[in-house]
Design a protein around this ligand. Sequence first.
Ligand SMILES: [Fe+2]
Ligand SMILES: [Fe+2]
Length: 295
Amino acid sequence: MDYTDKIIDRLKKVEPLPTFSNIVGEVLNIIEDPLSSASDIAKHMDSSMVGEVLRIAGSAYFNTGGLRKISSIEHAIAMIGFEQLSNIILQMPFISLTDKKDKMFDSKAFFTHSTLCGAISKAISSATSLGNPNEAYISGIVHDVGIIVMYRHFEDEWRQIISLMEKENISRLDAETRIFNFDHGYLGGMLLDIWHVPKSITDGVKYHHCPKDAKENEENVAVTYLGNIFSNQIDLQGDMDSFVSFMMKHSGFADKITKFRNALTSTEEMNFFQTIFNAVKSAKVFLKGTENAED
Ligand SMILES: [Fe+2]
Ligand SMILES: [Fe+2]
């Protein structure tokens, strides 16, 4: 058995979620088809997902009427919207592997970063015509699941990575590559492959730190790569006051697109930043809602 087979063998032991590819398929359906109904997606949710969606939709932030308790899942979905519902059900299986009180792993920061990356990857895809916006949305949301998988299922390697970073003062990505021969993106993508998630999505996950290594689905990979970089630059508190200051602050980012397609015209560039600004703004509203939900 070679090294990669051994890793695959260990990944097969990761809490089996044979239904994850069904979830991804259903998510693609509902975000592609505005006519799909809440009950279609509700069929694919387990009780912990239903509980989480009810909890979030019941937060004062969404339940602006504040008088009626939200008790049906259909009502809850109507409150938070299909896109954010998809975000929750794609992230939950992974976030639930972590412990909220764990000081070693900041699951709230992870959820925020993944939410932003999904929203921004989708916005970049639609504003640049690179890749498929809905696939980019899913790749963006799950792009870093390899970090959780490493943390929970490769504990020895995780410890070796931390000590390498400290001893040799190298980045996490370099330390991961020294220990595994690849980074968390590739590990997460391997797991999603085992679960039969479509390759256009898993390639985005695998190569989000090294887009040049992708042999296929280069555009989806490019968008996930760009979405991750942009989402790391966003300051949700300071950046969102006005569109003009948002665009000024991030204007250099438009050059990164030229690695993957023609430079944006000035009209396209304006549309590009406007699309991202709007996406981040609604992600911020959603994140506020999840923070205010009661446990
Ligand atoms: Fe990453
Ligand atoms: Fe990331």
